[in-house]
Design a protein. Structure first.
Length: 225
């Protein structure tokens, strides 16, 4: 088992990421939670911790049963939401926010269509999990279902959630999800947004693989190809 001592770096990185999310406007006050899994341990934000000035001592370490193994503060009320995803998905980090555009869009529609190819990194269209009271098993179940074959979902009248292999990618995905909600909202204000067809999406995936899209490449390497 990974020792608690080695979670110190993860706790510090979670605190830094929380402050970044607050600075980007995705979280106000205590409205959200972030976690990282390392082996059989999970570092997760404490309940009532304000993101704007969150520090590493406001990050608690639990095992996959939810037992606190280090830290003086109780973990977030959404603990089971995180632990359920770690048990069932290949997740290394999870970010849950009450980002304003995600809340707005998730209060109106049941799914955001894939209106931009960048959404393919989230799995394509983004489903909205039915509403349930925060901290309940029903909410966790609803969100887990909405995340089937996806890495991001909205939570009706609540917020957004996404996971990734590591914390940096999870934070970037949270920012992308809020951007996608904003793009959809602006398009819907003009008319009915066009969604990429399955053929369009397949072509994008093929192009990403062929061109190594999203990675820096030297001119020499490109000439060789």
């Amino acid at each position: 088992m990974m020792s608690v001592t080695t979670m110190a770096a993860e706790r510090a990185r979670i605190a830094e990421s929380c402050r970044r999310l607050a600075g980007a406007g995705l979280v106000i006050g205590t409205a959200g939670n972030v976690s990282v899994r390392v082996g059989e341990l999970v570092a997760i934000t404490a309940t009532g911790a304000a993101f704007e000035g969150l520090t590493e001592d406001q990050v608690t370490v639990v095992n996959l049963r939810g037992d606190v193994v280090d830290g003086d503060l109780a973990p977030t009320s959404e603990l089971e939401l995180h632990l359920g995803l770690y048990r069932n998905c290949n997740a290394g980090a999870i970010v849950h926010t009450h980002a304003p555009m995600a809340v707005a869009v998730g209060s109106v529609i049941d799914e955001i269509p894939c209106v931009h190819y960048s959404m393919l990194s989230l799995g394509g269209s983004v489903r909205v999990a039915p509403y349930a009271t925060f901290g309940t098993q029903q909410l966790a179940d609803n969100v887990h279902a909405a995340l089937a074959d996806r890495s991001a979902a909205l939570m009706a009248n609540h917020g957004a959630i996404n996971y990734a292999s590591d914390l940096d990618h999870a934070v970037e995905s949270a920012l992308l999800l809020e951007w996608a909600c904003t793009a959809y909202w602006r398009a819907a204000a003009i008319g009915k947004p066009r969604a990429l067809t399955p053929e369009d999406q397949a072509a994008v995936i093929a192009a990403v693989i062929e061109r190594r899209y999203g990675t820096t490449q030297s001119i020499e390497a490109e000439e060789v190809r």
